[in-house]
Design a protein around this ligand. Structure first.
Ligand SMILES: [Zn+2]
Ligand SMILES: [Zn+2]
Ligand SMILES: [Zn+2]
Length: 279
């Protein structure tokens, strides 16, 4: 399984849109991997996770054929993960000719599909449904998307359970745990992982707080470490499992160049925009 991180920042980007804090200024000056855009990832060349305001730029900078994407999984409807405007242009009447795949399945928690339906309510059913098939996903149900098995698990991110999920994604040989956005995992998530004997090859962890203590609906390096240790203890991870931290807020301080050695001490890879890993 190939995983490519397209955007690795929290909601405001890093440098953040209007910010002149020292962490944003350092990222601007250093450039390269220190520049982070809003959260999105790609699995192989046919699955996307999230569709942020920077999705179009990710298509350009990574030279991706978005029309070849068959499955678009959305974690939650926060605007840094789901900005539906550009989905209106997946329509061969005017905007998108010679689509590689005619249909795109748009799948996510109920509130994501509600947001999509609200946004596209002004289009006729015929136009709206021809190219994009919306699909509500329930937590702890495993869905088959082509060769992938995808299981949403409850995210500790918002009060509304129908609003946010994390994903277990298996492509037939490898298992990815994509844990964005979430704080410390709920007991029912741990139970699901243990009871279903999930063995992770790669774990992508929310690290919004970076070197500050994690709290609420996000993690920091401290709580990423607690999560990784618990996974090893419970047999969900072993010595071959790769842990990578991702989704960073400028308020957390350490830009990419500074974070890499700090995170490595705790056994974490540090994501950057455009990073590709073979799982
Ligand atoms: Zn986010
Ligand atoms: Zn800033
Ligand atoms: Zn969020």
């Amino acid at each position: 399984m190939k995983l490519r991180y397209l955007g690795t920042a929290a909601a405001e980007g890093w440098p953040a849109v209007f910010c002149r804090c020292p962490h944003c200024d350092r990222a601007r000056a250093a450039g390269g991997k220190n520049i982070r855009t809003r959260s999105q990832a790609m699995i192989n060349s046919d699955m996307l996770i999230d569709f942020p305001p920077d999705a179009n730029m990710h298509m350009l900078t990574n030279n991706i054929d978005y029309s070849a994407i068959k499955f678009l999984l959305i974690t939650h409807p926060h605007s840094d993960h789901f900005a539906p405007l550009d989905l209106a242009f997946r329509d061969d009447a005017y905007y998108a000719h010679n689509l590689t795949e005619e249909k795109l399945i748009l799948a996510g928690p109920k509130r994501v599909i509600d947001a999509y339906e609200n946004y596209f309510g002004r289009f006729s059913d015929e136009r709206r449904c021809k190219y994009i098939t919306p699909m509500v996903l329930e937590n702890y149900v495993t869905y088959e998307f082509g060769d992938y098995k995808v299981t949403p698990i409850r995210a500790n991110h918002t009060r509304d359970e129908n609003n946010a999920c994390c994903y277990i994604i298996n492509d037939g040989s490898k298992t990815l745990l994509y844990l964005h956005d979430t704080g410390l995992l709920y007991d029912d998530v741990w139970e699901y992982l243990e009871n279903n004997k999930i063995k992770a090859d790669f774990v992508s962890l929310d690290c919004t707080f970076v070197t500050l203590p994690g709290s609420g609906g996000h993690l920091g390096l401290d709580t990423c470490k607690i999560t990784a240790d618990m996974m090893r203890e419970k047999g969900i991870a072993d010595e071959n499992t790769v842990f990578c931290v991702n989704h960073f807020s400028h308020n957390g301080g350490a830009i990419y160049d500074e974070l890499v050695p700090i995170a490595a001490k705790d056994g974490f890879l540090t994501s950057y925009d455009g990073m590709e890993v073979e799982i």
